[in-house]
Write a protein that binds this ligand. Structure first.
Ligand code: IVH
Length: 582
């Protein structure tokens, strides 16, 4: 699926429209709201919905048919028997989104940042009953091929068959009229039942669309106009301080609750102490807050004119608000830090990070449970997860034999996570998902990584000096070594899987590698060569495959022109594993 290029003002939009009109004088345009949800592709065969998939990573969608079926406004059967592939945006109405977050807050679970995340998260649920309760909805905005030769006509045919088409969709031929409608949609933004983040303007004629074509990234016949972020004024009641996973103390603005863009705002991020000083805000100030795509808004500035002398300077803490130990401020840190590793706030964050989806993905090990386990002093570090039984919970706070068994199973299942996930889960400073992958791949096992010095680490692509320092520093901490040893004893993986070597499946084939891949390029070079392929540096007509990552540039354009086969990492792995033809 391609994406849309953006327009940020009337001029950008006019240029887009006039540019097309220069080539096609009679061109007409359709303006529609840009729904802020999750893109889906729905397939109908013999009049029946047979598949619903998400956009996934842009190439491979995820099959979410079971949840798509719960959308009440979507017909499961239609009076049209040809194969039909339609595209649309699944969303959660703002009211449902707020209800879900209220429920989550009550249960102490992590909130969805915005309706878009909530819609995407709901689509991925395994249990379609839960999805059904949440109340997903959809607007259809296009189809593959055409029924009539015009986008507007196509939509009206789809509407005739029973598909939900957004009512604000309208056709125009003049750029002034188009702009007026874009502004009109913008003016309704706060009163709509769904979130929009812009308007989409599309050339109406399919023939015009076809002849305009696409760039590598986007269609040339459509553009998205992005509405400016929304602002509001409210009172800053006080500044609270929270303790992050690494002990970093971050200020949070507590606001007089105010409605902004359909939701009630009572907190805003302040990032760090410097930000408070930069903004020059005081407790009791009237402030302007701004909301981008996320639920958590930002404080933009104080409204100095509204000061009456009762405002107070923000006082920074000298001791941790949770464990009361003395805070330190290191030169390289923006925030003060609580360096007490046993601080319950840090322990909780560390546990949540370790169990999170991108790390060990332990289902059910959420905020409510972690709070309870730490507050009850049952666990105090991540190694405890595998060493303690959780039997004491049975009969408490709604935990039963069944839910505890589920938790035990989820913990046992996490033992099979690969080394890079375990490493990421340890939450070393500056070691995000990708860095963890690179380190696991490069060093192969924890012992080699732990004995690497700064120089060795910096020589790895993508590892900078600061990260290298932080890694060496973390591993010099005996508490971490102790945790790693205990995790090893519990059976977690501290060794990377060896890449599959020594086949000749790619024999006689040439490859060029371009763009940003999930691991350093040398990894793929090695992989291709050890399976009999040859890696070249330049694209030519004789080349067999171009392996592309993100942000591929001129090589991709050239390869497309020359008709070279373009593959991604998955494609390469499939070839090597014999799951697809070479
Ligand atoms: S047309 C050429 N129309 O916005 C691509 N997209 O970057 C076809 N979206 O995730 C997209 N409302 O799912 C189109 N009325 C609308 C839309 C819309 C929301 C989403 C789309 C995609 C993103 C496009």
């Amino acid at each position: 699926m391609l994406s849309l290029s953006n327009a940020y003002n009337q001029d950008d939009l006019r240029k887009f429209v006039e540019g097309i009109k220069e080539k096609y004088q009679a061109a007409e345009f359709v303006v529609e709201p840009k729904i802020d949800g999750a893109a889906v592709v729905l397939t109908y065969e013999n009049g029946k919905l047979v598949q619903g998939a998400t956009r996934g990573d842009g190439t491979n969608g995820e099959d979410v048919t079971h949840n798509i079926r719960t959308i009440r406004s979507l017909p499961l059967e239609i009076d049209y028997t040809e194969k039909l592939i339609i595209r649309g945006e699944v969303f959660l109405p703002v009211k449902s989104f707020e209800r879900i977050n209220r429920d989550k807050a009550e249960k102490g679970e992590k909130l969805f940042a915005n309706p878009r995340n909530a819609a995407a998260g709901t689509l991925k649920l395994l249990d379609s009953k839960l999805a059904s309760e949440r109340g997903l909805d959809v607007f259809i905005y296009g189809l593959d091929g055409t029924l009539s030769g015009s986008h507007a006509e196509d939509l009206s045919c789809l509407k005739g068959v029973g598909f939900p088409i957004n009512e604000l969709t309208k056709k125009f031929d003049d750029s002034e009229e188009i702009w007026k409608h874009v502004e009109h949609i913008g003016s309704l933004r706060d009163s709509l039942e769904y979130d929009i983040d812009g308007a989409v303007i599309k050339a109406d004629s399919r023939a015009v669309q076809r002849s305009l074509g696409t760039t590598i990234k986007s269609q040339k016949w459509a553009i998205a106009y992005k509405y400016p972020p929304k602002e509001a004024e409210t009172k800053l009641l006080k500044v609270d301080f929270q303790v992050g996973r690494t002990g970093s103390i971050t200020p949070v603005a507590k606001l007089e609750p105010i409605k902004l863009a359909g939701s009630t705002i009572s907190n805003a991020t302040l990032h760090n102490e410097d930000e408070i000083e930069r903004l020059g805000i005081m407790e009791g100030d009237w402030v302007t807050i701004k909301k981008g795509g996320d639920v958590i808004p930002k404080v933009i500035r104080p409204i100095i004119e509204k000061r009456d002398g009762s405002e107070k300077q923000v006082e920074f803490l000298s001791s941790c608000p949770v464990c009361k130990s003395k805070l330190v401020k290191e030169e390289t840190d923006i925030n003060r830090k609580c360096i007490n590793p046993a601080c319950p706030a840090q322990v909780k964050r560390a546990l949540l990070h370790f169990a999170s989806r991108k790390a060990m993905d332990i289902q059910g090990f959420g905020e409510a449970l972690v709070n309870k386990l730490v507050d009850d002093r049952k666990i105090s570090d991540v190694a405890d997860i595998y060493e303690k039984d959780f039997d004491y919970l049975i009969g408490e706070d709604g935990y039963g034999e069944k839910s505890i068994q589920k938790l035990r199973d989820a913990i046992a299942e996490s033992l099979s996570k690969p080394f890079d996930k375990v490493l990421y889960g340890l939450g070393l400073r500056h070691v995000g998902e990708r860095t963890a992958q690179v380190l696991a791949e490069r060093f192969g096992d924890i012992d080699s990584l732990m004995s690497a010095d700064e120089e060795m680490l910096v020589s790895v692509r993508d590892i900078g000096e600061e990260t290298a320092k932080a890694i060496v520093n973390s591993f010099s901490n005996p508490d971490l070594s102790d945790i790693i040893n205990r995790l090893k004893k519990s059976g977690l993986s501290f060794e990377a899987e060896k890449i599959k070597m020594d086949s000749d499946v790619l024999s006689g084939k040439t490859f060029v590698v371009t763009g940003t891949l999930s691991l350093p390029r040398e990894h793929f070079t090695k992989l291709i060569e050890s399976n009999g392929g040859k890696v070249l540096s330049a694209v030519s007509g004789k080349l067999n495959y171009l392996l592309v990552g993100e942000n591929a540039g001129s090589k991709l354009i050239k390869a497309e022109k020359l008709g070279v086969d373009i593959i991604d990492e998955d494609g390469l792995m499939k070839m090597i594993n014999g799951e697809s033809d070479v």
